[in-house]
Design a protein around this ligand. Structure first.
Ligand code: FAD
Length: 622
């Protein structure tokens, strides 16, 4: 039976992509249904209980700037916060929060349950309803049919999921959850390119069975970083430490002696695993000369007694996992509460997606998250937001929107995926972005909140906070520009102590702030003032003043490239007719079918000279 209720957007899957997708659709005011296998697992972290990190923290801030839930939930659930790369430049600084699994999930569920226009329903989806080659709804496991204008699929590692522990294998979406077999079969029958990937997770350990006394303690940073632009330090729960131990030669011997029982090395697993988050057996084989690997013992929460040993993800048999764990310092008497495992699953070639994450083969159907070949909660959440936003925009009859590479890491993520596809689980790094100085964590709100407001996904509260902050930044900027220091009016001895030299000519506070060694506190000291603006306002003034020259240069470069970036390549372009292209470049372009010159320019092996030839061709034929 088809329900009378017609939804604008149906989101399938309540993981990290699904929750952001459902929220981004509903925030626009469209009627949205989130269908998921189990309401209890909304926002569940399948693997390590942590949000953010290098590149990933940038994504979380961008999701937040566009009104998403991930950063706020991390603030409510975070039990150890750090700023990574704190001593480096602002472009690569990144926030990371160790999260209490239960609190994080509860925060996500709270946001979902209180979002107007969003309806939750617990059912697995088995099939799609297709009318006139367009998706028109979904059919659940028990035969219920739900109609919708657009459907967003975010079913993570569940499609055809197979769990491996040693040479034993069984179907599963992640430990404790069923795989989506029927839906996987249905999707495999459609003209999408599909392949297999794998990922893994370590065994978990009972906290009381660990001897922390000889281990290195790693407390969070003080003052505690805050994730959301709306977050407040006082919303954080109690903060606790992580600890560090190491693998050793004994651990490595255990692994080497049992490689024949590993599903990866015996050929049982075909899917390619995450290069940057390899299993411990992979690390021992690939880095055979290393005698130790660092393992972070991360608490899973404040009210539970489990620890996540970050760094020993494994699919070796349980008895081997036991020996691995017990070979390490502090873990000699460790009790394992859950075995580690690897999981293989279907993913779809993201080159079959439009940049707004709608599938090219079926209008109205959007894909987001791990099913597009990525790994990580942040990558999933970022795609979910864009897919849900665009599913909603389409349902409202509006134009699609997606960020460019110079606007957001989300733009880099999507452009990388749809242009180059991926052969291994894709994760974000700052090194993937060309315009790192523009795409900082600290200015994600400036880059994206006004756009989100225009698109209808940034609410009043966020907009008011954003506007107030920008006004304060502008006012402080102007104030420092107007604050003059004259040699005859300052205490030159004091100035020499603070600046390393006396003041030789009239200058403004802003000019002084441009000097590499002068910070905001020094400026206040010279002006004889105490601080009157918040830390984040002062930070914006300082970064935008100190890096103004570099930022302007990047802006020029972006503008220059943009003139070509947005030049569209005809869908039916025949590259064999483009004079002067090498066969290799021709094949690459033919295969990747870039939509614009910008996309073409980013394909590996496509040189600036090849782009010039394409421009000439377009002028000649256009
Ligand atoms: P998920 O979080 O998997 O959510 C999918 C959701 O869809 C679930 O709620 C599920 O119940 C629901 N669902 C599935 N099928 C259906 C259906 N037919 N109908 C309705 N609902 C359905 N990431 C890292 O960054 N580092 C790691 O080390 C890492 N290790 C991992 C290890 C394991 C074992 C697993 C399973 C994942 C790991 N990940 C890791 C990946 C991380 O968990 C995912 O990238 C992230 O959760 C993907 O988010 P998602 O929203 O795409 O999917």
């Amino acid at each position: 039976m088809v329900f009378q209720d017609q939804y604008d957007v149906i989101v399938v899957g309540g993981g990290h992509a699904g929750t952001e997708a459902a929220l981004a659709a509903a925030r626009q005011g469209v009627k949205t249904l989130l269908l998921t296998q189990n309401i209890e697992t909304l926002g569940q972290m399948s693997c390590n209980p942590a949000i953010g990190g290098i590149g990933k923290g940038h994504l979380v801030k961008e999701i937040d700037a566009l009104g998403g839930a991930m950063a706020l939930a991390a603030d409510k659930g975070g039990i150890q916060f750090r700023t990574l790369n704190a001593s480096k430049g602002p472009a690569v600084r990144a926030t990371r929060a160790q999260a209490d699994r239960i609190r994080y999930k509860a925060a996500i569920r709270h946001v979902l349950e209180n979002q107007p226009n969003l309806y939750l329903f617990q059912q697995a989806v088995d099939d799609l309803i297709v009318e006139n080659h367009r998706v028109a709804g979904v059919v659940t496991q028990s035969g219920l049919q739900f109609a919708a204008k657009t459907v967003v699929l975010t079913v993570g590692t569940f499609l055809g999921g197979v769990i491996h522990i040693g040479l034993q294998r069984h179907q599963g979406g992640r430990a404790g959850d069923p795989a989506s077999i029927k839906l996987a079969e249905r999707l495999r029958a459609l003209p999408f390119r599909v392949d297999r990937l794998k990922t893994g997770t370590p065994p978990r350990i009972a906290t009381q069975s660990i001897d922390f006394s000889g281990l290195t303690e790693q407390p969070g940073d003080t003052p505690t970083p805050v994730f959301s632009f709306l977050g407040r330090r006082q919303d954080h729960p109690e903060q606790i430490s992580c600890y560090i131990t190491h693998t050793n030669e004994k651990t490595h011997d255990v692994i080497r002696n049992n490689l024949d029982r590993s599903p990866m090395y015996s050929g049982e697993i075909e899917g390619i695993g995450p290069r940057y988050c390899p299993s411990i057996e992979d690390k021992v084989v690939r880095f055979a000369d290393r005698s130790a690997h660092q393992i972070f013992l991360e608490p899973e929460g404040l009210d539970c007694n489990e620890v996540y040993p970050n760094g020993i993800s494994t699919s070796l048999p349980f008895d081997v996992q036991y020996d691995i764990v017990r070979s390490m310092k502090g873990l000699e008497n460790a009790h394992i509460t859950r075995p580690g495992y690897a999981i293989e699953y279907d993913f779809f070639d993201p080159r079959d997606l439009n940049p707004w994450l709608e599938t090219k083969h079926m209008p109205g159907l959007f894909f987001a998250g791990q099913i597009n070949g990525t790994t990580g909660y942040e990558e999933a959440g970022a795609q979910g937001l864009i897919a849900g936003l665009n599913a909603g925009l389409q349902a409202r009859g509006k134009d699609h929107w997606y960020p460019r590479r110079d606007e957001a890491y989300i733009g880099v993520l999507i452009d990388d995926l749809i242009t180059s596809g991926t052969k291994e689980p894709y994760r974000m790094f700052t090194s993937r972005a060309e315009y790192r100085l523009m795409l900082r964590e600290d200015n994600a709100d400036k880059r994206l909140t006004p756009i989100g407001r225009e698109l209808g996904i940034v609410d009043e509260v966020r907009w008011a906070a954003y506007s107030e902050k920008q006004q304060a930044v502008d006012a402080e900027f102007t104030r420092l520009k107007m604050s003059r220091l004259a040699p005859e009016k300052v205490d030159q001895q004091h100035v020499a102590r603070v600046l390393g030299e006396p003041l030789s000519k009239n200058t403004t506070a802003l000019e002084l702030l441009r000097r590499p060694k002068v910070d905001y506190a020094t400026i206040l000291d010279l002006l004889g003032e105490t601080k009157s603006v918040s830390d984040d306002v002062a930070e914006q003034v300082v970064i935008n003043t100190k890096y103004a020259g570099y930022i302007d240069r990047q802006k020029d470069e972006i503008e220059r490239l943009q003139r070509h970036e947005n030049t569209l390549l005809p869908a039916d372009i025949d590259y064999s007719n483009v004079r002067g292209l090498s066969n290799e470049v021709r094949e690459k372009l033919q295969h990747a079918k870039p939509q614009s010159l910008g996309q073409a320019a980013r394909l590996s092996g496509v040189t600036p000279a090849a782009i010039s030839l394409l421009l000439v061709h377009l002028k000649r034929t256009g």
